[in-house]
Design a protein around this ligand. Structure first.
Ligand code: 9YT
Length: 126
């Protein structure tokens, strides 16, 4: 079994940070779980245009406030207790009004190398 503490992820190669977000990859493909599991912080005021063409993702908010706008579709408030699941590879804007703390699951699992050519995650504004 695998036991990890988030403090051991912070500052390690499993943490990536941009102007818009910080993502901590708690479980990755190499952990052989069939999914990856992430804590992602979206910084206050950030807007991201995201498209996961090859993955499904579910996201559960545990802190903060923001919104998700599906391109060509609806806009939903994100607050603690809200889960959204991208079961249709929806292109979307993710906006943080107050710093968002999100727990994210991907299938197939991310490898951790996606950060360098992260198709679909485009920071637009801070
Ligand atoms: C909110 C969201 O889509 N988080 C995903 C995690 C991120 N793509 C990562 O770990 O690189």
């Amino acid at each position: 079994m695998i036991v990890r503490h988030i403090r051991d992820i912070r500052g390690s190669e499993r943490e990536v940070e941009t102007d818009a977000f910080i993502s901590r990859r708690i479980l990755l493909k190499g952990d052989s779980m069939g999914f990856s599991f992430h804590e992602t912080i979206i910084k206050a005021g950030a807007e991201l245009l995201i498209w996961y063409a090859n993955h499904v993702e579910s996201v559960y908010c545990i802190a903060g406030r923001g919104e998700i706008e599906v391109i060509g579709g609806a806009t939903y408030t994100i607050e603690p207790g809200v889960l959204y699941a991208l079961d249709g590879h929806e292109r979307h804007y993710l906006r943080a009004e107050a710093e968002l703390r999100l727990m994210c699951v991907f299938n197939p699992p991310l490898t951790g190398r996606e950060v360098h050519d992260e198709q679909g995650t485009y920071p637009l504004l801070e």
